[in-house]
Design a protein around this ligand. Structure first.
Ligand code: ARG
Length: 253
């Protein structure tokens, strides 16, 4: 009797541990084929932010990721679900953050990097198309990254995680039960949430994707998966023009 009781407890403990490993902020591990545009941005070989491949030598990320960063210390890893191993590691040659990036309010949290050598494209490493329109409220989307599995956690996943979300209209993100950020949310931002699903620290700079197009860059949020406080992303559609000119400039130099 006593033994089976302990056995049940033991099983329960195991299931909880396994569930926890899959929780991220409610996501699941994925193969890199499912998000071949995802890269890990690294300083001295350590992951600190995510990014998206938009051309063989161009990576898109968040400006807050690159503050006071010396390009000489930076590399990216593409084509692997592990931030630590596999795929292609390439040096960063140049970084260009939005000139009007404002740290305090997370305004214009967008940056471009030029790689020292081009990535080799294949099923594991592919560029993603930028959206030209803001997705409507309620549109399905997903975010991926090697960020924390829950707020204030000390555990960092080794395997790339992804989670499904829904786009939230920026007005809904300001003053409703679903979003209580007030006017810190601007049209340059896009919110996304679903149940207790969210991005978290370390996912920054990474892709928010809807219908196979890049619609957002992980930017900020109050805590992670906190009720009433969706994840906030840089609104790609708003920066389409800026991106076009800046990418052109970075490509030709
Ligand atoms: N700023 C964070 C980073 O540097 C990302 C925060 C995203 N938070 C959120 N709740 N969606 O990694």
């Amino acid at each position: 009797m006593r033994i089976s009781y302990f056995f049940v407890l033991f099983l329960l403990f195991c299931t909880m541990t396994v569930l926890d490993a899959y929780r991220i902020v409610n996501g699941h591990p994925i193969d890199i084929q499912e998000a071949p545009w995802q890269v890990s941005i690294q300083k001295y070989g350590f992951h600190f932010c995510g990014g998206s491949i938009v051309a063989s030598q161009i990576i898109l990320t968040a400006a807050h990721c690159l503050v006071n960063m010396d390009v000489k210390t930076l590399t990216i890893r593409a084509g692997s679900r592990f931030w630590k191993k596999g795929g292609q590691v390439v040096k960063v040659a140049k970084i260009k953050s939005h000139t009007e990036y404002r740290a305090k309010k997370y305004l214009n949290d967008i940056a471009i990097m030029r790689l020292a050598t081009p990535l080799k494209f294949g099923p594991l490493a592919q560029p993603i198309t930028l959206t030209s329109s803001v997705p409507r409220d309620g549109t399905g989307a997903s975010v991926s990254g090697w960020g924390l599995l829950k707020a204030k956690s000390t555990k960092r996943p080794e395997i790339l995680q992804a989670v499904n979300l829904r786009i939230m209209d920026y007005k809904k993100c300001q003053n409703t039960n679903y979003g209580r950020y007030g006017y810190s949310i601007t049209r340059q931002m896009i919110c996304a949430a679903l149940n207790a699903n969210d991005a978290c620290q370390g996912d920054s700079g990474g892709p928010l994707v809807s219908k196979k197009k890049l619609v957002g860059i992980v930017s900020w949020g109050r805590g992670c998966a906190a009720q009433g406080f969706p994840g906030v992303y840089t609104n790609i559609a708003y920066y389409k023009k800026w991106l076009k000119t800046e990418i052109k400039e970075l490509t030709n130099c």
